[in-house]
Unconditional design. Structure first.
Length: 230
């Protein structure tokens, strides 16, 4: 195989929200529905700070940042009601399923590492089971007891690496992310990171990634020593 542009890898680990499915837009819609009565807005600056947060720290952030007159559990209940309505409408992001099927076909081990809980994951993906069944395993950080801390801590990616049958060294794992906190988590885990950020994300949040792409459709596996697209 031709020499790649970056350090060669053997395993791939994928974030989910905003990378594989279009949920980041849906999250923003929900947050602003809740903030609207208070004449406040969840902006891209807020999103950049919180992408990858577990639900409870996210609720705490919203209450503190926007001075909301409610407790964490109350906000979580309101968020859940909104999620139940909106998340069954998720769609795959461009190039996501093609890349996963390509890696699977060529026996490249792939895992999912998301901050979502098992309940949230099921809600977002129950109509996309064929795509998500391609993964060797899934680490659902919001409810997995082995994931002690959320992104930007490395826990979710290290757990994902450990659960491959051969437990590869983290340096052999390539992380795919859309969020700054996820990129930081990948770096902290000792992994290279491919970032596919939203087009509205300010450039300063993209600087730490190994590679930044506009879409997964642009990814060239051979640059990381992986099999080329047929």
């Amino acid at each position: 195989m031709a020499q790649g542009k970056f350090k060669p890898v053997t395993h791939c680990i994928f974030d989910m929200d905003g990378l594989l499915i279009d949920t980041e837009f849906l999250y923003t819609t929900v947050f602003n529905r809740i903030l609207s009565p208070y004449n406040k807005e969840f902006t891209w600056s807020n999103k950049a700070e919180t992408m990858g947060f577990h639900q409870r720290p996210l609720a705490r952030y919203m209450i503190d940042t926007f001075d909301l007159p409610m407790q964490v559990d109350e906000l979580l209940e309101r968020l859940k009601a909104e999620y139940d309505q909106i998340f069954p409408t998720t769609k795959p992001m461009p190039g996501a399923e093609r890349l996963l099927r390509h890696l699977k076909k060529h026996n490249v081990p792939i895992a999912l590492a998301t901050s979502s809980s098992a309940e949230s994951f099921a809600l977002k993906t129950k109509h996309l089971t064929e795509m998500f069944d391609l993964f060797h395993h899934k680490v659902l950080g919001g409810s997995d007891p082995d994931v002690k801390k959320g992104k930007p801590n490395p826990d979710v990616f290290l757990v994902a690496a450990e659960r491959f049958p051969d437990s590869p060294d983290p340096s052999k794992c390539l992380v795919f992310e859309d969020a700054p906190n996820g990129v930081e988590a990948g770096i902290a885990a000792g992994m290279q990171t491919v970032m596919v950020p939203d087009k509205h994300l300010p450039d300063k949040f993209k600087e730490r990634a190994t590679l930044v792409l506009q879409s997964l459709e642009q990814f060239k596996p051979e640059e990381f020593g992986l099999p080329k697209f047929d």
